[in-house]
Write a protein that binds this ligand. Structure first.
Ligand code: SAH
Length: 295
């Protein structure tokens, strides 16, 4: 079963990587060729219209050469690759664009690596939703709010967006968060799922080794610090606070529900694990049943 699904799924991972890299490469070559050759008005047009035209062309080719799932994966990967490369270009600049570039890199890399990690560790559950680009309406409201905060502050207080050393602390948080989350996915493998499981699958095993020996919810810990990290990168004081509170509430509720199901799946085995290892999230205890074991 696993071998069959691996054979079917691997092309999706390959397509994803190919489209992400190809798209990224074309954007990078286009952006950097202009800065190497020097800006003339014609080159300026070529620099910025080139990638846009390429993107339309690629979309056109993908639309007609691929179908269904493969098309959906390819178009999203190409889009994320171009966002990553555009971010990389802006990150090399020495003005406020630097932080917007870093943010674009963190954001696109997170969503792309999320898909790739599911493809490599748990291909049975792979869908276009594995990019978690359609996580929830609230997720996009949060993202767009942070762009609005960044834009408004940049407009009224441009100097505020040049405190690069603070922004770089955000980059470090995002890297640590990513490493933590992806380590969790590669450790838990098929036991990991973007949707909290309410019914125990036959092959669902309790994972307590690797990063799961450091904390019970390493992927949520990673995502929590990553989300705050993105707001530190953007130097968004309001969203740093709101993201912290909203993410905390989200994970508090999620961990509570998830642990109720985990106890129903694994019983005393999970209760023992809870005694030894904390959740990893600040001030989040998880679901601790009464001493007599009733709940
Ligand atoms: N909360 C974990 C896993 C997130 S994925 C983390 O942050 O890393 C969500 C799924 O993982 C749920 O369906 C849950 O049943 C499963 N899960 C959570 N902890 C687990 C563990 N220690 N071993 C096995 N499965 C686990």
């Amino acid at each position: 079963m696993d071998m069959i699904s691996m054979r079917n799924i691997c092309p999706a991972a390959k397509h994803a990587l190919l489209c992400f890299s190809l798209s990224g490469l074309v954007f990078i070559v286009s952006f950097f060729s202009a800065s190497c050759l020097g800006f003339t008005s014609e080159l300026w047009a070529l620099t910025y219209w080139g990638p846009a035209l390429y993107f339309c062309l690629l979309n056109f080719i993908l639309r007609y050469s691929l179908k269904g799932f493969t098309y959906d994966v390819a178009v999203r990967s190409a889009f994320l690759g171009s966002v990553f490369a555009t971010g990389f270009y802006f990150a090399t600049l020495d003005n406020s664009c630097h932080i917007f570039g870093l943010y674009a890199m963190a954001f696109s890399l997170f969503h792309f690596s999320e898909f790739l990690s599911v493809a490599l560790t748990n291909p049975r559950t792979l869908t276009v939703d594995s990019f978690i680009l359609n996580h929830s309406v609230q997720y996009w409201v949060a993202a767009v709010s942070s762009w609005i905060e960044a834009a408004v502050e940049y407009y009224f207080f441009p100097n505020m967006k040049t405190v690069f050393w603070i922004s770089h602390i955000g980059v470090i948080m995002c890297i640590i968060g990513e490493v933590m989350r992806k380590s969790a996915m590669f450790t838990a493998k098929t036991n990991f799922n973007h949707h909290v499981q309410t019914v125990k699958k036959d092959d669902h095993q309790l994972v307590t080794h690797g990063v799961y020996s450091l904390c019970r919810h390493p992927s949520y810990v990673g995502w929590f610090y990553w989300s705050i990290g993105t707001q530190i990168i953007l130097l968004n004081p309001i969203c740093v606070i709101i993201y912290t509170l909203v993410s905390w509430t989200f994970f508090n509720e999620r961990v509570f529900a998830e642990e109720m199901f985990l106890i129903s799946f694994f019983g005393s085995q999970y209760l023992e694990y809870q005694k030894k290892v904390g959740t990893g999230l600040p001030f989040i205890k998880g679901y601790i049943p009464d001493v007599d074991g009733s709940w």
